[in-house]
Design a protein around this ligand. Structure first.
Ligand code: SF4
Ligand code: SF4
Length: 182
């Protein structure tokens, strides 16, 4: 593979499913090591992700906004309502959906639907007020490194950043001298 990354999400949508089986095989081998605290692999995950993120422009993509359905806390809902200049009630009615329809208000979790109605096809229209889940993807997802890698592999079918990160990790695993071309 050369140095050029496929940043077109439509191309990744074609490539990702073709590579899914091999990427999940890599995950199955890597997960036990990550759970055992393999610091070299954890560090490689972070440096590889950072290198790929530096080469791919999220503003030309936005595909994760069509697949996440992030949870919105009460504080985050307040920020979104302010950004959209709507009341909290209007925010829920027009933009959010309940995780558990019919649940008591105190037990309810509110979600942005997927695709997210706050994406205009190119950009997030509430970027400064976006929920934490949106801020965290893909660099801070998962409770630990193994879960993070699982999320990256899962999202590699739609996300150019996680697709190339997983491909580079996979290549480095198979051939440590050819780590950074995918
Ligand atoms: S994180 Fe991935 S899916 Fe989301 S906008 Fe960036 S490249 Fe696209
Ligand atoms: S709030 Fe913004 S960043 Fe989050 S899913 Fe919607 S459009 Fe994407």
């Amino acid at each position: 593979m050369g140095d050029l990354l496929v940043s077109d999400p439509d191309e990744v949508a074609l490539l990702g499913p073709q590579r899914a089986s091999e990427q999940w095989s890599f995950y199955e081998k890597a997960a036990p090591r990550l759970q055992a605290g393999d610091q070299a692999l954890i560090a490689r995950m972070e440096t590889t992700l950072a290198a790929v993120m530096a080469q791919i422009d999220c503003t030309a993509c936005g595909r994760c906004c069509a697949h996440m359905g992030p949870a919105v806390s009460t504080d985050e809902a307040g920020l979104l309502a302010a950004a959209l200049a709507v009341s909290a009630e209007d925010l829920r009615r027009r933009y959010l959906r309940p995780m558990w329809p019919g649940a008591a208000a105190d037990d309810q979790v509110w979600l942005l639907p997927d695709p997210c109605p706050l994406h205009d096809g190119r950009l997030c229209t509430v970027y400064a007020a976006r929920p934490q889940v949106c801020r965290d993807f893909p660099q801070a997802v998962g409770a630990n490194a193994a879960e993070r890698l699982a999320i990256w592999v899962d999202m590699a079918r739609i996300c150019p950043i996680t697709y190339h990160t997983v491909e580079r990790l996979l290549i480095a695993e198979n051939d440590p001298t050819a780590a950074n071309g995918a």
